[in-house]
Ligand binder design. Structure first.
Ligand code: ATP
Length: 354
């Protein structure tokens, strides 16, 4: 089922939680709602679910206006951060629950329920846990059961609110890959809320990046990562080095160094900032006449295939972070205190708007 929201507004008292939000969630895709705490992700999810109502605007399910529809008529499945499993019921009964409470005329038979629950337990690869109770499961297992329970009623949409938020880093990583594989199998239109950019970039077909109740950018992960539309998006997707300066006819003058900024060739004079990600630098030992920014190596450590360098600009003392392949790091035989030459391979310049 496709989902769209159109010009949604939601206030809590004086506070604007959603400000004119319009979005499309294509049929069968997995969308991540990404953004800092308090930006409105959960509010948007709850409005799509029918657990909350917008002050104005529409929710369209398969093109039909569902804004006033009750949650039970929207056929959505939920998974929340804190496992909402019933402690006193077995895992089997937890998954069967949604089927057992269906109105009598559409309730499946006992045999059908058994078949359905068994196949869901196989789907989430936990069939050996059927007779246990939730407290006897690990956090990761409970979330997989919560997902199986949400899927039992064959929802047309799956909504997940920080489903792996309470789990430790390693389990989180495993589960997000598992979710991706599961989604590839089922193709249920799914929306999941996260504030973890790595999770969104790895798992989603589409990312919606939100900030202060508005949408900053929508796109495929690679698209958003390669072409951030705003400084906020650039900064939110990982560490970034900033070069503040002045933009003048396609050139950013950032103190001791100038960078080409061809996208801004029509700007006469404005303040602007160059953005460079740590792994987007080329690094060499200093040699007379070498072109680039002179920096001093303050610290370096190599973990696995990558080496992380802390660098200090020679001209103004600003600190920069660079990440280079460990192989290159060893080849260069860098020593702390040594002067190096830095050249960004990619630089994105945003001109300040006032
Ligand atoms: P988080 O990642 O921390 O869960 P979020 O992006 O999901 O944040 P929301 O839960 O949507 O953010 O909340 C958006 C803003 O609206 C927050 O500032 C929150 O305090 C406020 N808010 C949410 N629900 C209510 C409510 N029922 N009453 C008052 N304010 C609310």
């Amino acid at each position: 089922m496709s989902i769209a929201v159109h010009q949604l507004n939601k206030r809590f008292g004086q506070f604007t939680a959603l400000n004119n939000v319009s979005l499309d969630f294509p049929d069968g895709e997995l969308t991540a709602l990404l953004g800092p705490s308090g930006c409105g992700k959960t509010t948007l999810l709850r409005i799509i679910a029918g657990l909350e109502f917008a002050d104005s605007g529409q929710v369209l399910l398969d093109g039909q206006d569902a804004s006033q529809q009750h949650v039970r008529d929207r056929q959505v499945g939920f998974v929340f951060q804190h496992y909402a499993l019933f402690k006193h019921m077995t895992i089997f009964e937890n998954i069967a629950f949604g089927l057992r409470v269906k109105p009598k005329h559409i309730r499946p038979s006992e045999a059908q329920i058994k078949e359905k629950v068994t196949s869901l337990l196989e789907l989430v690869q936990l069939d050996w846990l059927a007779d246990r109770y939730p407290p006897q499961l690990s956090g990761g297992q409970r979330q997989r059961i919560a997902l199986a329970r949400a899927l039992a009623v064959e929802p047309r949409v799956l909504l997940l609110d920080e489903p792996f938020g309470a789990l430790d880093a390693k389990v989180r990583k495993e589960l997000r890959r598992w979710l991706r594989r599961l989604h590839d199998e089922l193709h249920v239109t799914s929306i999941f809320v996260t504030h973890d950019q790595e999770e969104a970039l790895e798992v989603a077909d589409q990312i919606v990046l939100m900030n202060h109740g508005t949408v900053e950018q929508v796109g495929a992960p690679a698209d958003i990562y390669q072409h951030p539309a705003t400084p906020f998006v650039y900064g939110f997707l990982g560490n970034v080095n900033l070069f503040h300066g002045r933009v003048h006819e396609g050139v950013l003058d950032a103190g001791g160094v100038t960078f080409a900024a061809p996208a801004h060739s029509d700007i006469r004079d404005a303040t602007g900032t160059g953005y460079v990600r740590p792994h987007e630098f080329d690094i060499d030992r200093y040699s007379p006449g070498a072109e680039g920014l002179l920096v001093q190596l303050r610290r370096a450590h190599s973990i696995g295939p990558l080496a992380q360098l802390e660098l200090e600009r020679d001209d103004n003392g600003d600190l920069l972070e660079a990440i280079i392949p460990s192989e290159r790091y060893q080849q260069l035989k860098l020593k702390v205190g040594e002067v190096l030459v830095l050249r960004p391979r990619r630089l994105h310049v945003f001109v300040d708007t006032h």
